[in-house]
Design a protein around this ligand. Structure first.
Ligand code: KG4
Ligand code: ZN
Length: 353
Protein backbone atom coordinates (compact mmCIF):
# COMPACT_ATOMS: atom_id res chain seq x y z
CA UNK A 1 0.00 0.00 0.00
CA UNK A 2 2.89 2.35 -0.59
CA UNK A 3 2.05 5.78 -1.93
CA UNK A 4 2.65 5.92 -5.66
CA UNK A 5 3.68 9.22 -7.25
CA UNK A 6 3.16 9.33 -10.99
CA UNK A 7 3.97 11.93 -13.64
CA UNK A 8 1.42 12.10 -16.47
CA UNK A 9 2.21 13.56 -19.89
CA UNK A 10 -0.40 14.39 -22.56
CA UNK A 11 0.38 15.69 -26.07
CA UNK A 12 -2.23 13.97 -28.24
CA UNK A 13 -3.85 17.09 -29.65
CA UNK A 14 -3.33 20.83 -29.21
CA UNK A 15 -2.48 21.07 -25.51
CA UNK A 16 0.84 20.17 -23.94
CA UNK A 17 -0.01 18.99 -20.44
CA UNK A 18 1.76 17.41 -17.47
CA UNK A 19 0.72 16.65 -13.91
CA UNK A 20 1.85 14.79 -10.83
CA UNK A 21 -0.74 12.73 -8.95
CA UNK A 22 -0.40 10.25 -6.09
CA UNK A 23 -2.31 7.07 -5.37
CA UNK A 24 -4.39 8.80 -2.68
CA UNK A 25 -5.87 10.76 -5.55
CA UNK A 26 -4.13 13.97 -4.58
CA UNK A 27 -3.24 16.27 -7.46
CA UNK A 28 0.23 17.52 -6.58
CA UNK A 29 0.53 19.72 -9.64
CA UNK A 30 -1.09 20.40 -12.99
CA UNK A 31 0.34 22.38 -15.93
CA UNK A 32 -1.17 23.05 -19.36
CA UNK A 33 0.29 24.97 -22.25
CA UNK A 34 -2.36 25.65 -24.86
CA UNK A 35 -1.87 26.17 -28.58
CA UNK A 36 -5.36 27.66 -28.94
CA UNK A 37 -4.13 31.09 -29.94
CA UNK A 38 -1.71 29.70 -32.49
CA UNK A 39 -4.44 27.51 -33.95
CA UNK A 40 -6.95 30.36 -34.13
CA UNK A 41 -4.43 32.34 -36.14
CA UNK A 42 -4.00 29.54 -38.68
CA UNK A 43 -7.57 28.24 -38.63
CA UNK A 44 -7.00 24.70 -37.35
CA UNK A 45 -4.57 22.00 -36.31
CA UNK A 46 -1.75 21.45 -38.77
CA UNK A 47 0.07 18.35 -37.48
CA UNK A 48 3.58 19.55 -38.24
CA UNK A 49 2.97 22.89 -36.58
CA UNK A 50 1.36 21.25 -33.56
CA UNK A 51 4.32 18.88 -33.22
CA UNK A 52 6.76 21.78 -33.20
CA UNK A 53 4.68 23.66 -30.67
CA UNK A 54 4.68 20.62 -28.34
CA UNK A 55 8.42 20.09 -28.80
CA UNK A 56 9.06 23.73 -27.96
CA UNK A 57 7.37 23.61 -24.53
CA UNK A 58 7.43 19.96 -23.38
CA UNK A 59 10.60 20.18 -21.23
CA UNK A 60 9.37 23.34 -19.58
CA UNK A 61 5.86 21.97 -18.93
CA UNK A 62 7.21 18.78 -17.29
CA UNK A 63 9.76 20.73 -15.23
CA UNK A 64 7.07 23.09 -14.04
CA UNK A 65 4.85 20.16 -13.03
CA UNK A 66 7.69 18.70 -10.95
CA UNK A 67 8.62 22.09 -9.43
CA UNK A 68 5.03 22.86 -8.44
CA UNK A 69 4.81 19.44 -6.76
CA UNK A 70 8.13 20.15 -4.97
CA UNK A 71 9.58 16.98 -6.46
CA UNK A 72 12.39 15.94 -8.75
CA UNK A 73 12.31 13.16 -11.34
CA UNK A 74 13.99 10.83 -8.79
CA UNK A 75 10.96 11.01 -6.48
CA UNK A 76 8.61 9.50 -9.04
CA UNK A 77 7.29 5.91 -8.94
CA UNK A 78 6.45 5.77 -12.65
CA UNK A 79 5.79 7.86 -15.74
CA UNK A 80 2.49 7.67 -17.62
CA UNK A 81 2.02 9.01 -21.13
CA UNK A 82 -0.75 9.15 -23.73
CA UNK A 83 0.02 6.71 -26.56
CA UNK A 84 -3.19 7.26 -28.55
CA UNK A 85 -5.52 8.00 -30.13
CA UNK A 86 -4.23 11.30 -31.50
CA UNK A 87 -1.91 12.86 -34.03
CA UNK A 88 1.10 10.56 -34.20
CA UNK A 89 3.62 13.37 -34.64
CA UNK A 90 2.25 14.99 -31.51
CA UNK A 91 1.99 11.80 -29.47
CA UNK A 92 5.65 11.11 -30.21
CA UNK A 93 6.78 14.30 -28.50
CA UNK A 94 5.17 13.14 -25.25
CA UNK A 95 6.34 9.56 -25.57
CA UNK A 96 9.94 10.61 -26.23
CA UNK A 97 9.89 12.85 -23.17
CA UNK A 98 8.35 10.13 -21.01
CA UNK A 99 10.97 7.60 -22.12
CA UNK A 100 13.74 10.07 -21.43
CA UNK A 101 12.56 10.78 -17.89
CA UNK A 102 11.86 7.10 -17.17
CA UNK A 103 15.12 5.94 -18.75
CA UNK A 104 17.24 8.39 -16.75
CA UNK A 105 15.86 7.20 -13.41
CA UNK A 106 15.00 3.57 -14.08
CA UNK A 107 11.26 4.17 -13.77
CA UNK A 108 8.51 1.99 -15.21
CA UNK A 109 6.36 3.42 -18.00
CA UNK A 110 2.62 3.22 -18.42
CA UNK A 111 1.16 3.82 -21.88
CA UNK A 112 -2.29 5.35 -21.56
CA UNK A 113 -5.27 5.43 -23.93
CA UNK A 114 -6.58 9.00 -24.07
CA UNK A 115 -10.27 8.05 -23.95
CA UNK A 116 -9.76 5.61 -21.08
CA UNK A 117 -8.13 8.48 -19.21
CA UNK A 118 -11.14 10.78 -19.83
CA UNK A 119 -13.25 7.97 -18.32
CA UNK A 120 -11.13 6.94 -15.34
CA UNK A 121 -10.42 10.46 -14.09
CA UNK A 122 -13.98 10.27 -12.78
CA UNK A 123 -12.73 7.71 -10.22
CA UNK A 124 -10.23 10.22 -8.92
CA UNK A 125 -12.98 12.82 -8.54
CA UNK A 126 -15.60 10.47 -7.10
CA UNK A 127 -13.94 7.88 -4.89
CA UNK A 128 -17.22 5.98 -4.54
CA UNK A 129 -17.31 5.22 -8.24
CA UNK A 130 -16.96 1.45 -8.65
CA UNK A 131 -17.15 -0.73 -11.75
CA UNK A 132 -19.41 -1.39 -13.56
CA UNK A 133 -20.49 2.10 -14.65
CA UNK A 134 -21.42 3.90 -17.85
CA UNK A 135 -19.59 6.72 -19.56
CA UNK A 136 -20.46 9.28 -22.20
CA UNK A 137 -17.27 10.78 -23.66
CA UNK A 138 -17.81 13.96 -25.62
CA UNK A 139 -14.91 15.88 -27.13
CA UNK A 140 -13.70 17.42 -30.36
CA UNK A 141 -12.87 14.08 -31.94
CA UNK A 142 -14.94 11.53 -30.03
CA UNK A 143 -18.54 10.81 -29.14
CA UNK A 144 -18.61 7.53 -27.25
CA UNK A 145 -21.03 5.65 -25.05
CA UNK A 146 -19.17 3.08 -23.00
CA UNK A 147 -20.06 0.38 -20.53
CA UNK A 148 -17.03 0.11 -18.24
CA UNK A 149 -17.26 -3.38 -16.74
CA UNK A 150 -13.83 -3.39 -15.14
CA UNK A 151 -10.42 -1.75 -15.48
CA UNK A 152 -9.40 -2.29 -19.10
CA UNK A 153 -12.67 -3.99 -19.94
CA UNK A 154 -14.94 -1.66 -21.89
CA UNK A 155 -17.89 -2.29 -24.15
CA UNK A 156 -18.66 0.36 -26.74
CA UNK A 157 -22.42 0.90 -26.90
CA UNK A 158 -22.29 3.76 -29.37
CA UNK A 159 -20.03 6.08 -31.30
CA UNK A 160 -20.39 8.79 -33.91
CA UNK A 161 -20.93 7.78 -37.53
CA UNK A 162 -19.36 11.07 -38.68
CA UNK A 163 -18.48 14.10 -36.52
CA UNK A 164 -18.28 14.48 -32.76
CA UNK A 165 -20.37 17.06 -30.90
CA UNK A 166 -17.30 19.19 -30.04
CA UNK A 167 -16.53 19.52 -33.75
CA UNK A 168 -20.09 20.80 -34.30
CA UNK A 169 -19.64 23.36 -31.49
CA UNK A 170 -16.31 24.48 -32.96
CA UNK A 171 -17.69 24.96 -36.49
CA UNK A 172 -20.79 26.73 -35.18
CA UNK A 173 -18.52 29.13 -33.30
CA UNK A 174 -16.42 29.76 -36.38
CA UNK A 175 -19.41 30.39 -38.67
CA UNK A 176 -21.00 32.68 -36.08
CA UNK A 177 -17.86 34.80 -36.03
CA UNK A 178 -17.08 34.10 -32.36
CA UNK A 179 -13.71 34.67 -30.74
CA UNK A 180 -11.65 31.53 -31.40
CA UNK A 181 -8.64 32.39 -29.28
CA UNK A 182 -10.18 29.95 -26.84
CA UNK A 183 -11.98 26.86 -28.16
CA UNK A 184 -15.36 27.27 -29.85
CA UNK A 185 -17.46 25.34 -27.33
CA UNK A 186 -17.35 27.81 -24.44
CA UNK A 187 -18.02 30.73 -26.82
CA UNK A 188 -21.19 29.07 -28.18
CA UNK A 189 -22.34 28.13 -24.66
CA UNK A 190 -21.98 31.73 -23.52
CA UNK A 191 -23.76 33.29 -26.51
CA UNK A 192 -26.54 30.68 -26.32
CA UNK A 193 -27.63 32.17 -22.96
CA UNK A 194 -28.82 35.29 -24.81
CA UNK A 195 -30.74 33.35 -27.44
CA UNK A 196 -34.15 31.77 -27.92
CA UNK A 197 -33.51 28.02 -28.24
CA UNK A 198 -36.83 27.40 -30.01
CA UNK A 199 -36.44 30.14 -32.63
CA UNK A 200 -34.62 28.10 -35.27
CA UNK A 201 -36.07 24.70 -36.05
CA UNK A 202 -33.22 22.23 -36.36
CA UNK A 203 -33.97 18.53 -36.75
CA UNK A 204 -32.70 16.14 -34.07
CA UNK A 205 -30.25 13.74 -35.79
CA UNK A 206 -30.93 10.01 -36.26
CA UNK A 207 -34.43 9.97 -34.84
CA UNK A 208 -35.28 6.90 -36.93
CA UNK A 209 -32.25 4.85 -35.77
CA UNK A 210 -33.00 2.66 -32.76
CA UNK A 211 -29.34 2.38 -31.74
CA UNK A 212 -26.94 4.33 -29.53
CA UNK A 213 -24.89 5.97 -32.28
CA UNK A 214 -24.47 9.66 -32.93
CA UNK A 215 -24.27 11.88 -35.98
CA UNK A 216 -23.38 15.57 -36.01
CA UNK A 217 -22.48 16.18 -39.67
CA UNK A 218 -26.12 16.80 -40.67
CA UNK A 219 -26.71 19.22 -37.80
CA UNK A 220 -23.56 21.08 -38.79
CA UNK A 221 -24.97 21.50 -42.29
CA UNK A 222 -28.33 22.67 -40.91
CA UNK A 223 -26.50 25.29 -38.85
CA UNK A 224 -24.42 26.46 -41.81
CA UNK A 225 -27.55 26.84 -43.95
CA UNK A 226 -29.36 28.77 -41.21
CA UNK A 227 -26.37 31.11 -40.88
CA UNK A 228 -26.32 31.66 -44.63
CA UNK A 229 -30.09 32.25 -44.73
CA UNK A 230 -29.76 34.95 -42.05
CA UNK A 231 -26.86 36.47 -44.01
CA UNK A 232 -24.57 36.38 -41.00
CA UNK A 233 -21.07 37.49 -41.89
CA UNK A 234 -18.46 35.70 -39.77
CA UNK A 235 -15.90 38.30 -40.78
CA UNK A 236 -17.74 40.77 -38.57
CA UNK A 237 -16.86 39.96 -34.97
CA UNK A 238 -19.62 39.57 -32.40
CA UNK A 239 -18.40 42.69 -30.61
CA UNK A 240 -18.97 44.85 -33.69
CA UNK A 241 -22.28 43.26 -34.74
CA UNK A 242 -25.51 45.27 -34.42
CA UNK A 243 -27.98 44.39 -31.63
CA UNK A 244 -30.25 42.75 -34.15
CA UNK A 245 -27.44 40.73 -35.68
CA UNK A 246 -26.18 39.73 -32.23
CA UNK A 247 -29.66 38.43 -31.38
CA UNK A 248 -29.82 36.43 -34.62
CA UNK A 249 -26.49 34.79 -33.82
CA UNK A 250 -27.51 34.06 -30.24
CA UNK A 251 -30.75 32.46 -31.44
CA UNK A 252 -28.81 30.12 -33.72
CA UNK A 253 -26.32 29.28 -30.96
CA UNK A 254 -29.13 28.46 -28.52
CA UNK A 255 -31.14 26.46 -31.05
CA UNK A 256 -28.08 24.51 -32.12
CA UNK A 257 -27.15 23.74 -28.53
CA UNK A 258 -30.64 22.57 -27.62
CA UNK A 259 -30.77 20.06 -30.49
CA UNK A 260 -27.14 18.94 -30.19
CA UNK A 261 -27.74 18.10 -26.55
CA UNK A 262 -31.19 16.59 -27.16
CA UNK A 263 -29.38 14.09 -29.37
CA UNK A 264 -27.07 13.23 -26.45
CA UNK A 265 -30.06 12.92 -24.10
CA UNK A 266 -31.95 10.52 -26.37
CA UNK A 267 -29.00 8.23 -26.99
CA UNK A 268 -27.92 8.23 -23.35
CA UNK A 269 -31.38 7.27 -22.24
CA UNK A 270 -31.41 4.31 -24.61
CA UNK A 271 -27.85 3.29 -23.71
CA UNK A 272 -28.72 3.27 -20.02
CA UNK A 273 -31.60 0.90 -20.73
CA UNK A 274 -29.31 -1.39 -22.76
CA UNK A 275 -26.56 -1.31 -20.16
CA UNK A 276 -28.88 -2.05 -17.25
CA UNK A 277 -29.93 -5.21 -19.08
CA UNK A 278 -26.31 -6.35 -19.21
CA UNK A 279 -25.23 -5.04 -15.81
CA UNK A 280 -28.16 -4.32 -13.47
CA UNK A 281 -25.76 -3.15 -10.74
CA UNK A 282 -24.76 0.04 -12.60
CA UNK A 283 -25.27 3.15 -10.47
CA UNK A 284 -23.43 5.90 -12.33
CA UNK A 285 -23.11 7.67 -15.64
CA UNK A 286 -19.79 9.45 -16.10
CA UNK A 287 -19.82 12.38 -18.52
CA UNK A 288 -16.34 13.53 -19.49
CA UNK A 289 -14.30 15.06 -22.32
CA UNK A 290 -14.16 18.74 -23.28
CA UNK A 291 -17.87 19.17 -24.02
CA UNK A 292 -18.72 17.85 -20.54
CA UNK A 293 -17.50 21.17 -19.12
CA UNK A 294 -20.64 22.76 -20.62
CA UNK A 295 -23.19 23.64 -17.90
CA UNK A 296 -26.22 23.12 -20.14
CA UNK A 297 -24.92 19.67 -21.15
CA UNK A 298 -24.43 18.75 -17.50
CA UNK A 299 -27.85 19.97 -16.41
CA UNK A 300 -29.73 18.19 -19.18
CA UNK A 301 -27.90 14.90 -18.71
CA UNK A 302 -28.41 15.12 -14.97
CA UNK A 303 -32.17 15.07 -15.64
CA UNK A 304 -31.86 11.96 -17.85
CA UNK A 305 -29.73 10.15 -15.32
CA UNK A 306 -32.10 10.96 -12.44
CA UNK A 307 -35.09 9.70 -14.42
CA UNK A 308 -33.26 6.40 -14.85
CA UNK A 309 -32.40 6.19 -11.14
CA UNK A 310 -28.64 6.70 -11.62
CA UNK A 311 -26.14 9.29 -10.43
CA UNK A 312 -24.22 11.63 -12.72
CA UNK A 313 -20.46 11.95 -12.23
CA UNK A 314 -19.00 14.86 -14.11
CA UNK A 315 -15.40 15.95 -13.40
CA UNK A 316 -14.73 19.68 -12.95
CA UNK A 317 -14.06 21.49 -16.26
CA UNK A 318 -10.29 21.49 -15.76
CA UNK A 319 -10.37 17.68 -15.65
CA UNK A 320 -12.92 17.31 -18.48
CA UNK A 321 -10.81 19.05 -21.12
CA UNK A 322 -7.46 17.48 -22.01
CA UNK A 323 -5.09 17.44 -19.04
CA UNK A 324 -2.15 15.60 -17.53
CA UNK A 325 -3.97 14.60 -14.33
CA UNK A 326 -6.19 12.08 -16.11
CA UNK A 327 -3.11 10.48 -17.68
CA UNK A 328 -1.23 10.26 -14.37
CA UNK A 329 -4.31 8.86 -12.60
CA UNK A 330 -4.94 6.23 -15.29
CA UNK A 331 -1.25 5.33 -15.00
CA UNK A 332 -1.79 4.74 -11.28
CA UNK A 333 -4.87 2.58 -11.90
CA UNK A 334 -2.90 0.34 -14.29
CA UNK A 335 0.29 0.35 -12.24
CA UNK A 336 -1.55 -0.93 -9.17
CA UNK A 337 -2.58 -4.00 -11.17
CA UNK A 338 0.94 -4.60 -12.47
CA UNK A 339 0.11 -3.34 -15.92
CA UNK A 340 3.19 -1.34 -16.90
CA UNK A 341 6.29 -1.54 -19.09
CA UNK A 342 9.82 -1.95 -17.75
CA UNK A 343 12.08 1.11 -17.70
CA UNK A 344 13.42 2.02 -21.14
CA UNK A 345 17.21 2.05 -21.60
CA UNK A 346 19.00 5.14 -20.31
CA UNK A 347 20.37 7.49 -22.99
CA UNK A 348 18.26 5.90 -25.68
CA UNK A 349 18.56 7.76 -28.99
CA UNK A 350 15.39 9.78 -29.61
CA UNK A 351 14.74 8.46 -33.10
CA UNK A 352 13.98 4.90 -31.92
CA UNK A 353 10.60 6.04 -30.59
O1 KG4 B 1 -11.38 16.63 -24.58
P1 KG4 B 1 -10.95 17.85 -25.30
O2 KG4 B 1 -10.25 18.93 -24.52
O3 KG4 B 1 -10.01 17.49 -26.51
C1 KG4 B 1 -10.25 16.39 -27.32
O4 KG4 B 1 -9.82 15.27 -26.94
O5 KG4 B 1 -10.91 16.62 -28.39
O6 KG4 B 1 -12.24 18.47 -26.02
C2 KG4 B 1 -12.20 19.62 -26.80
C3 KG4 B 1 -13.57 19.92 -27.34
C4 KG4 B 1 -13.59 21.09 -28.32
O7 KG4 B 1 -14.39 20.74 -29.43
C5 KG4 B 1 -14.25 22.20 -27.51
O8 KG4 B 1 -14.95 23.15 -28.29
C6 KG4 B 1 -15.20 21.42 -26.63
O9 KG4 B 1 -14.46 20.28 -26.26
N1 KG4 B 1 -15.60 22.19 -25.45
C7 KG4 B 1 -16.88 22.59 -25.23
C8 KG4 B 1 -16.85 23.36 -24.04
N2 KG4 B 1 -15.56 23.38 -23.58
C9 KG4 B 1 -14.81 22.65 -24.46
N3 KG4 B 1 -17.99 22.38 -25.93
C10 KG4 B 1 -19.13 22.93 -25.46
N4 KG4 B 1 -19.19 23.69 -24.35
C11 KG4 B 1 -18.09 23.93 -23.61
N5 KG4 B 1 -18.16 24.68 -22.49
ZN1 ZN C 1 -9.59 14.64 -25.05
Amino acid sequence: NENLVVLGIETSCDDTAAAVVNSNGEILSQVISSQAELLARYGGVAPKMAEEAHALVIDQVVQEALDKANLTEKDLTAVAVTIGPGLSLCLRVGVQKARKVAGSHNLPLVGVHHMEAHTLVARLVERELQFPFMALLVSGGHNLLILARDLGHYIQLGTTVDDAIGEAYDKTAKWLGLDLRRSGGPAVEELAREGDAKSVKFKVPMKQHKDCNFSYAGLKTQVRLAIEAKRINAEISLASASDEERQARADIAASFQRVAVLHLEEKCERAIEWALNIEPSINHLVVSGGVASNKYVRARLDEVVKRKGLKLVCPPPSLCTDNGVMIAWTGIEHFRLGRFDPPPPANEPEDVV
